[in-house]
Design a protein around this ligand. Structure first.
Ligand code: NAP
Length: 280
């Protein structure tokens, strides 16, 4: 039974692919840029750009399960192509943001929600993984930390429960290889609520030097973030962090419940990725 993994250059997609291959399953790596993929020997690579329907049929031919990154552009065509190819099960990397108030009109949540709805309306069996913020979002601080500059934050005391991308990959593999998660909607978080300041203290410990935090205004944060993402996305993220300022983040305890072991900690993620923050 062939499993297609989209986003094979992404942090979660790559980890899912490696685990399935190590387990001896037949897996295909799909990417918008297959030439840039590094895959285990014997894994076939396919060009599949989620917003380009003409790339779907060849990648899906003979596939029974798909690990899918959410991309609303082209999702109707992807569903139709998957149904036509005989795909039985899709495991979607969605987002906990779909559960937020007014998710429909929120640009962050709307992306994943559109994809969830298209899949739910199809004949495919679908499992939705809804992770909270990834621990790997901290790579966004690497530039400043690597140059010993302060990390500038509008909401340094906002709480999140960062999840290690490898925990998401473990749960995705369980969903693709077992029966217990099939068809479920699963909120995934890390095991501890941490403020951004707390995450930075853990990162400082991992790299063995102090990290300074600079508290900036929301307007200043807006201005800087606008260089990297559309304005509605910036507002949505800042609103999320402002709300997260009010107290500890909910912990979903999913890793313990679904896999029978504790979640990987942010400290573990920080130690594994310390080199990215040392500027060396
Ligand atoms: N970061 C978070 O905190 C968070 C929280 C909840 C949910 N999520 C969801 O998780 C996903 C990955 O998040 P990430 O930011 O950490 O990135 P990432 O794992 O580094 O993954 C990015 C990958 O997405 C794939 N991709 C994106 N658009 C595509 C397209 N049009 N066609 C084909 N593949 C496409 C690309 O794969 P190829 O280049 O290999 O094609 C790219 O490598 C996002 O979709 C996001 O909605 C993220």
């Amino acid at each position: 039974m062939t499993i297609l993994t989209t986003g094979a250059r992404g942090k979660v997609g790559r980890a899912v692919l490696e685990r399935l291959h190590s387990a001896g399953l037949t897996v295909r790596a799909a990417s918008a840029c297959p030439a840039e993929l590094t895959v285990p020997a014997g894994v076939g690579t396919y060009k599949l750009a989620l917003d380009r329907p003409e790339t779907f049929a060849a990648a899906l031919d003979g596939v029974r399960q798909v690990f899918l990154y959410p991309e609303p552009a082209g999702i109707q065509e992807l569903v139709a192509a998957a149904e036509a190819a005989g795909v039985e099960h899709v495991v979607l990397l969605s987002s906990s943001s779909v559960l937020g108030p007014d998710a429909e009109n929120d640009p962050l949540a709307g992306h994943s929600l559109t994809v969830e709805r298209a899949l739910a309306a199809s004949t495919l069996t679908c499992t939705f993984l809804r992770p909270d913020a990834f621990a790997s979002n901290s790579f966004g601080w690497a530039y400043s930390i690597g140059r010993s500059l302060p990390v500038e934050l509008a909401y340094p005391d906002a709480h999140i429960a960062p999840i290690h991308p490898e925990d998401i990959a473990d749960i995705a593999v369980e969903a693709l290889t077992g029966d217990s998660l099939t068809g479920r909607r699963l909120t995934l978080t890390g095991g501890e609520s941490l403020t951004f300041r707390g995450q930075l203290a853990i990162l400082a410990d991992a790299i063995g030097r102090e990290i300074t935090v600079a508290h900036i205004t929301r307007a200043e944060a807006e201005r800087r973030m606008a260089a990297h993402m559309p304005a509605p996305m910036v507002s949505s993220l800042l609103d999320l962090w402002e709300a997260a300022n009010r107290g500890p983040a909910p912990i979903a305890d999913t890793t313990a419940t679904l896999l029978g072991r504790p979640a990987r900690t942010f400290g573990q993620w920080a130690r594994e990725n310390a080199a990215a923050f040392t500027g060396r």
